[in-house]
Design a protein around this ligand. Structure first.
Ligand code: C2O
Ligand code: CU
Ligand code: CU
Length: 522
């Protein structure tokens, strides 16, 4: 046999070289992918020294005028905040008489905790001390659309805005933050957020811990990343969820501990992060009582060891402590999505968030009532209409937000069923202004206990469908819309938002001004 069919030596060499190059490329690509994957999860578990006493936002109770109106004065300002000893970071914050009077509160990051009672008339005198326009939205509050602080209520730099309304909803942990269209993520990340607590007589009689900052503790959780002395707000590669930080802060405190002097402490958890989902529990897996969700108390305490909060959601929990012990509020990997998506959307991340340190002797706490009473929730039997919302990063129901387009016109007093579906491949949630809704179904099943209370924001990870019942109690204003949107703020800013107007029966919605700010991007 002659050697004529085999490759010639030269061709063989070329093939070998090409194979080597191909192998090298594959190795680099696979290696880079593996490195990306391996370094894409974040954990601070076991790494936080809890050296800083938790900062407590000052309680701002305002001043009551002769006619009974409770008046708050709230300003926005730019400043510098010392998160780490000797190092300051440029930030924004809300100021008020209470923040100015509290020597331990920096006043340049986050804001005071406003507090009012059901039935009270309130007015807020908002002064914008920034050098750009912003708004202040009262997240979870039932109030007229013109007072809502959405993108149609811009406050110019140096300007003032005086919204007023009557608090007409059960006791709850609400919050406030800016809502300028296209700019919300940036304004919140710089530090503009605070709590607004509503009290009512009924909840006040339950004997729940209610000494603010002592056994009733605001826990505003945010994830951050520092780049030297500044915040790094950049979105990382493949992080289509938005900004994900590599450590957490509570009330602007990086490694926080809270002294506990009572057998039972109430934590008011607020996920004020812009994109991150937390699955809160304790390092020792102790059980706690979930007593309240976004819009108020549950019908009864629910004993559990985890509570999942997507951006904007709140939970009130009661934690029982033994003398002298310590425990850590921890966020476990919340999961969500497939393995790749989960990893890059923070689904595998975990954080040590806050250490609770019990004193050697603890004040006894009254027993937690077995039932709190009926929850004010809309009744699906009253529903007069259904709507569907398909969540996409590019827009809800195929349309990006437009300031001058009202997407849904609802009649004052109507109850509606809204089905919200996510087939987008990435995580979203859904928030509706003005109302507290009832979750009727999650993927066709009755909701779990933690979703049976009053909600204004609901987690809708990829593949999920939730059915909500909402009652729109107005007041009617055909020209000023409320918002519904994904509360992952870069999604909201990118147009994942729609507008609804509440009108009197038979009335048409108007056409709100285009605003013009929606085209401004940073
Ligand atoms: Cu927390 Cu439309 O907002
Ligand atoms: Cu809101
Ligand atoms: Cu989203």
């Amino acid at each position: 046999m002659t050697k004529t069919s085999g490759p010639r030596p030269r061709l063989k060499r070329v093939l070998l070289a090409l194979t080597a190059v191909a192998v090298a490329i594959v190795t680099v690509v696979v290696g880079a992918g593996a490195w990306f994957y391996a370094t894409a999860d974040v954990s601070t578990v076991g790494k936080v020294d809890f050296a800083d006493e938790l900062r407590i936002p000052p309680l701002e109770e305002g001043e009551v005028e002769a006619d009974g109106t409770r008046v708050f004065r709230l300003g926005t300002r730019a400043g510098e905040t010392e998160f780490r000893p000797g190092r300051t970071t440029p930030t924004w914050g809300f100021t008020s008489p209470a923040t100015a009077a509290d020597g331990r509160w920096p006043g340049t990051y986050l804001g005071p905790t406003l507090r009012a009672e059901r039935g009270e008339k309130v007015r807020v005198e908002v002064r914008n001390g920034l050098d750009e326009p912003s708004t202040v939205h009262w997240h979870g509050m039932h109030l007229p659309a013109a007072m809502d602080g959405g993108p149609h209520q811009m406050v110019e730099a140096g300007g003032e805005w005086r919204p007023h309304w009557t608090v007409d909803q059960p006791a709850a942990t609400l919050w406030y933050h800016p809502h300028p269209h296209g700019q919300t993520e940036r304004h919140v990340q710089r530090g503009l957020a605070g709590m607004f607590l509503v009290d009512d007589a009924k909840a006040g009689k339950l004997g729940l811990p209610d000494e603010y900052g002592v056994n009733d503790v605001p826990v505003v959780v945010q994830d951050v990343r520092f780049d030297g002395d500044r915040f790094d707000h950049g979105h990382r590669m493949m992080r289509n969820t938005g900004f994900l930080g590599d450590e957490t802060m509570v009330n602007g405190t990086l490694a926080p501990y809270q002294e506990v002097r009572d057998e039972v402490v109430r934590l008011r958890l607020l996920n004020a992060s812009t994109a991150r989902v937390y699955d809160f529990g304790f390092a020792d897996d102790r059980a706690f009582d979930l007593v309240g969700t976004d819009g108020g108390l549950l019908g009864a305490p629910y004993r559990t060891d985890r509570v999942l909060l997507s951006p904007g959601e709140r939970a009130e929990i009661l934690v029982r402590m033994r003398p002298g012990e310590r425990t850590v509020l921890r966020s476990s990997p919340p999961g969500g999505g497939d393995f790749w998506q989960s990893r890059f959307a923070g689904g595998d991340d975990s954080f040590d968030v806050l250490e609770l340190r019990a004193a050697g002797t603890l004040r006894p706490a009254p027993a937690v009532p077995a039932r709190f009473g009926d929850v004010e929730l809309p009744d699906p039997a009253d529903a007069s209409r259904e709507r569907h919302f398909d969540l996409r990063t590019s827009g809800i129901n195929g349309q990006p937000m437009a300031m001058d387009r009202i997407d849904a016109t609802v009649e004052r007093g109507a109850t509606e069923i809204w089905t919200v579906r996510n087939r987008d491949g990435i995580t979203h949630n859904f928030h509706v202004h003005d109302v507290q809704f009832r979750v009727l179904e999650v993927d066709g099943e009755p909701p779990p206990p933690e979703l049976r209370g009053r909600k204004d924001t609901v987690y809708v990870p990829n593949g999920r469908e939730v059915k909500l019942v909402l009652r729109f109690d107005g007041p009617a204003d055909p020209d000023v819309p409320y918002m519904y949107h994904c509360h992952l703020l870069s999604h909201e800013d990118g147009g994942m938002m729609g507008q609804f107007a509440v009108v009197n029966p038979g009335e048409q919605a108007g056409r709100p001004p285009g605003g013009g700010l929606e085209h401004r991007r940073h």
